[in-house]
Design a protein around this ligand. Structure first.
Ligand code: XIL
Length: 359
């Protein structure tokens, strides 16, 4: 049994675990000088109350020792930032390239981390043989099925949860007109979940999207979709709330209530799957304070609900953030700056994690 592949301790044990850890923390902190010198990490603060994750990218994992050390020491969950996307995994039809993703899975195993698989069905980062092809709907359905079954089977037993479907909705709650939706209609979602379940019955299966933090037409569409899938017995186990926020926008309201309608009313897990808080550059003290506040509020909302099981930041250092290349003039979105100095948001999360365990 490989340690990194175990499922998290049942959450029913949280209170017991917390009591033991609180005692251990205070004993060590007060008696052991070595412990006092070594700052506590996010994963130590979280222990098993929640998975604390980061997106992880190659080649920085191979080429930047500080990146590698922090990725391994601060987090107990990792999401491959790009290595499990369709263009990386199946660049030619039927030709599967798993080396980069395998390397991340091996890194996770070596560091006793869970892996959040990302992503099987999306409209971005598709190979050109697929987007440029002329396939009938029936052919596309076969292609999608083969891709999902091949990839999920390859990683069977090594993935805690899969983002099976990514970003299926428009802002107004209608379905996004992706190549999948246009060819197959909304049933592609149920099909994808069933195929993934067939290939790895143990993996949790998520639908993931952005701008669904608060209660709004898009998150309500997600709610209605998951409700209808559950009613049909489709294997959906979780909703991924990406959490790409910006200090130039207001904080999404009702985030705790939104999480709870999924966990309490529908009985599914929630994960905060891609948390970051960007700013229009340059950053000033006000933006930094807003960033800290937003990270803090998202983390608190997740920690308030035992079935919000994972908080993942979409990269932990501004040095490799995806933000500047996608949002011109914006950046500074992560919890460490480009020199690996931890920001106030890092310490806010650390405090939140400790507080959730009763400190
Ligand atoms: C981003 C990666 O971070 C970038 O490196 C890549 O160039 C583009 O994709 N929502 C998602 C993620 O679900 O897969 C995206 O990741 C960010 C937005």
């Amino acid at each position: 049994m490989i340690k990194s592949m175990r499922r998290p301790a049942p959450f029913i044990q949280r209170r017991h675990l917390a009591a033991v850890l609180v005692a251990a923390f205070f004993t060590l902190a007060s008696t052991a000088p070595a412990f006092a010198k070594a700052p506590i990490t996010l994963r130590a603060a979280a222990d098993h109350t929640v998975q604390i994750g980061t997106a992880i990218g190659l080649p920085q994992l191979d080429n930047d020792p500080t990146y590698r050390a922090l990725a391994g020491s601060q987090f107990n969950s990792v999401t491959p930032e790009n290595a499990m996307k369709w263009d990386a995994i199946e660049p030619q039809r039927g030709v599967y390239t798993y080396a980069a993703a395998d390397e991340i899975v091996a890194f996770a195993r070596a560091h006793d981390q869970q892996v959040h698989g990302h992503t099987l069905v999306w409209h971005n980062q598709l190979p050109s043989w697929l987007t440029g092809g002329t396939f009938t709907a029936a052919e596309l359905r076969v292609i999608l099925r083969q891709h999902i079954i091949s990839e999920v089977s390859h990683f069977r037993g090594k993935i805690y949860a899969w983002d099976v479907v990514n970003e299926p909705f428009n802002e107004d709650g209608t379905y996004r007109q992706t190549m999948w939706f246009q060819a197959l209609g909304p049933s592609y979602i149920a099909d994808a979940l069933r195929w993934a379940h067939q290939a790895d019955p143990q993996a949790k299966l998520y639908i993931n999207d952005y701008n669904i933090e608060g209660i709004n037409p898009k998150s309500t569409a997600m709610y209605n979709l998951v409700k209808s899938l559950r009613a049909q017995g489709v294997p959906v186990s979780g909703v991924g709330i990406q959490g790409h926020l910006g200090t130039q926008y207001g904080f999404p309201g009702d985030i705790a209530q939104n999480i709870q309608r999924f966990t309490h009313r529908l009985g599914v897990q929630v994960g905060i799957t891609e948390l970051d808080v960007r700013s229009i550059l340059p950053v000033d003290a006000t933006k930094l304070a807003t960033q800290t506040d937003y990270y803090n509020r998202v983390v608190e909302a997740c920690l308030a609900d035992a079935r919000c099981v994972n908080i993942t930041v979409w990269g932990f250092t501004d040095k490799y953030s995806w933000v500047p290349s996608v949002f011109a003039g914006q950046g500074a979105a992560d919890i460490y700056d480009e020199n690996y100095v931890a920001k106030p948001a890092y310490f806010a999360i650390l405090r939140d994690l400790l507080a959730a365990r009763g400190h």
